[in-house]
Design a protein around this ligand. Sequence first.
Ligand SMILES: [Zn+2]
Length: 93
Amino acid sequence: MYSCPHCHEAGFSTFAKLFAVSFAPATCSHCGGQAYLHITHALMALIAWILLTWVFIGVAIWQGMSIYLIGTIPAFVLAVDKFMLKAPMRACH
Ligand SMILES: [Zn+2]
């Protein structure tokens, strides 16, 4: 669970946080306040994932082993965790 900018309690699930955007905010399960994750966090996660995926593509080509392409999956999880789940949510007014 992730903390709410209104009541500072853990009121948002991982799923709710990842899909909360400014035009469709998530609702806190403690206070009912609405909050969202700013789009820049999603863009940073996307850019980090693309860059990491290119590293794995490079290694796959260099090693001649396409199995390295599977590295894109942990890279995606890492990018989402680092840039989206650890980012603070914004309160809706
Ligand atoms: Zn709250």
